[in-house]
Design a protein around this ligand. Structure first.
Ligand SMILES: [Zn+2]
Ligand SMILES: [Zn+2]
Length: 357
């Protein structure tokens, strides 16, 4: 079976034959039907995040269970969304209501299967989902209704869960509050969509590229701004001179975290959704931290419990209350996925989804 493999940090990506492991008693084999090209994979491709290679990319996907071990809790034929941070349900965080901080979940790379010549192979975030098939534990899949289109289902597993969770669970945004969203990739646009659905007004979307304007407005932004030195003043101009009640930083850089901080009102909330680098320091004045009375915090996987929240998101999509298909700008084959990574690195488009037969 074939998969998109990164041979080393900075190396060109290629589709390769790989060998999946035998099915364990609690494992399932999933035929992937749709997989998103997400920014955190890019961090492993370009070496920003430490990873083991050769590495099968992909962690945002949906497909059909084609085989299940004797103790697996999922039926063959079930349509499933893959979960890149399956909680163990036994650690301190899992038993204290914060399964998104599970001690064992969300490991960047895991050894699994082998290359065609029998060499070691690793998979991204326990999945390696930019592939024709995966073998994963049954706790890493979540059953969803068969009517849900695979491309939409795939996005529920990362971009949408993250964006919706940041707005509703981490920030607990209420209708009528103002929201600023900086960085309009798949997660940023999901955050815009969720803020608008929650009744935020205005919803101010910001990106470095004016090319994101139409996407932002389609996702529900009431205003679009190109980021620059004037951002804080522009946001104040749209919020009765106060600044935004909520800002969401969906880039993962100190400069944009500071921009979000400055554009937020006194007593407002800054939620960092983007994953940044370990040597990129955020500097804030001690007086400003006190005087501004702002809250700065992060949102990991949308403070979500995927087993509970993915089926809930699926219901909202089928009811017509949420339309993640608006985030998809490109639908490609597995052989075209490497080019999609290059487009994402250049900041073009929103979500590319790889469709498999
Ligand atoms: Zn992702
Ligand atoms: Zn746990």
């Amino acid at each position: 079976m074939r998969a998109l493999v990164c041979r080393d940090a900075g190396a060109a990506l290629a589709v390769e034959e790989i060998v999946l492991p035998e099915l364990g008693p609690r494992d399932v084999r999933v035929r992937i039907r749709a997989a998103g090209v997400c920014h955190s994979d890019l961090s492993m491709v370009n070496g920003t995040l430490k990873a083991a290679y050769p590495l099968v990319l992909g962690h945002e996907a949906a497909g059909v269970v084609t085989a299940a071990g004797p103790e697996a809790n999922v039926a063959v034929g079930a349509h499933v969304v893959l979960n890149w941070a399956p909680p163990c349900r036994t650690c301190w965080f899992c038993t204290h209501g914060q399964p998104w901080l599970c001690e064992t979940a969300g490991v960047a790379t895991t050894p699994r299967g082998s290359t065609a010549d029998g060499g070691p192979l690793h998979v991204t975030l326990g999945l390696g989902a930019l592939a024709e098939e995966v073998v994963v534990g049954d706790h890493a899949v979540i059953a969803v209704p068969d009517e849900l289109p695979f491309a939409t289902a795939a996005l529920l597993g990362c971009a949408v869960l993250t964006g919706v969770g940041a707005v509703l669970r981490t920030a607990a945004l209420r209708a009528g509050e103002s929201a600023l969203v900086i960085g309009l990739g798949g997660v940023g646009l999901s955050t815009v969509m969720a803020a608008r659905a929650a009744g935020a007004d205005p919803v101010i979307a910001v990106d470095v590229s004016d090319a994101k304007r139409e996407l932002a407005l389609a996702a529900g932004a009431t205003h679009f701004l190109v980021s620059g030195d004037e951002l804080s003043g522009q946001v104040r101009g749209l919020t009765e001179r106060r600044g935004a009640d909520h800002s969401f930083e969906c880039v993962g850089r100190s400069a944009t975290i500071r921009a979000a901080w400055r554009a937020t009102r006194r007593g407002g909330q800054v939620t960092v959704v983007g994953m940044g680098a370990k040597d990129d320091m955020v500097s804030l004045a001690a007086l400003d931290v006190f005087h501004s009375a702002r809250t700065l915090r992060s949102s990991v996987y949308g403070n979500s419990d995927p087993d509970r929240d993915v089926p809930d998101l699926a219901r909202q999509v089928l009811a017509g209350d949420l339309d993640p298909a608006a985030l998809i700008t490109d639908r490609v084959t597995l052989d075209e996925a490497a080019a999609a990574f290059a487009r994402m690195a250049r900041g073009e488009g929103a979500r590319t989804v790889v469709l498999l037969p």
